[in-house]
Design a protein around this ligand. Structure first.
Ligand code: ADP
Ligand code: MG
Length: 204
């Protein structure tokens, strides 16, 4: 998978509309097992990135990702802000340390590990990591974007069967079972949007 910095403004616009379109759905999921603000949180974050998209797209991709991460931390808020922020910032850092030939898969692996440390969470805790881990596996396998998107969406659905062990939903204990995790759902939506873009533009 490859994203050119020149395309970034358009991709940001697509992510922002996807979150906007699904805002009520994400908040409904969060109402069932949390406090009902996940859609609004994500919308605020993506609006802020969208507002700066031209300046972001003018940066080299690693710097652009770091900037996106900072904006997400400052604007999503809640538990998800620092986690999405860490993902983008660490991805940018890992890519810039690799200099001229960034290995996207290895950088993503490092960024996801940083999210897990930040959230003190792992597989099966019913969080956005339950989407990120399967996505990482597909990216390391160099799967086609369509396959990665499919995998993200089914991974988000699989969180229904899990009992939450992190975040607000963990307070519900077994009552969290039977509901899709809102963070996993937003993560799958964003993954699918990025993958659709790559499929339509430059990926095989
Ligand atoms: P808040 O819980 O503060 O209201 P949001 O509603 O925006 O924040 O985000 C909730 C989502 O954040 C959850 O659905 C889950 O995916 C994710 N999340 C919360 N806590 C953690 C954690 N410790 N590790 C990983 N993800 C988490
Ligand atoms: Mg919430």
């Amino acid at each position: 998978m490859h994203i050119g910095a020149a395309d970034l403004a358009e991709l940001i616009a697509l992510c922002r509309s996807e979150i906007d379109r699904n805002c009520a759905h994400l908040s409904d999921l969060d109402s069932a097992i949390g406090d009902g603000d996940h859609g609004a949180n994500m919308r605020r974050g993506l609006e802020a990135v969208f507002a700066e998209r031209e300046a972001i797209a003018a940066l080299a991709l690693p710097d652009a990702l770091e900037r996106i991460g900072t904006i997400l931390v400052m604007n999503i808020g809640g538990a998800a802000g620092p986690l999405y922020g860490t993902l983008a910032m660490e991805l940018g850092r890992a890519m810039s340390e690799r200099g001229g030939a960034p290995d996207f898969a290895a950088s993503l692996e490092r960024a996801i590990a940083a999210v897990a440390r930040r959230g003190r969470s792992g597989p099966g805790d019913k969080t956005l990591l339950d989407v990120l881990y399967p996505v990482q596996v597909e990216v390391l396998r160099r799967s086609a974007p369509a396959r990665v998107a499919e995998c993200a969406q089914s991974a988000a659905q699989s969180t229904q069967a899990m009992q939450a062990r992190r975040g607000r939903a963990a307070y519900l204990g077994a009552r969290s079972i039977g509901h899709e995790d809102p963070g996993a759902s937003s993560c799958a939506l964003l993954t699918a949007t990025i993958c659709r873009y790559l499929r339509e533009h430059d990926a095989p």
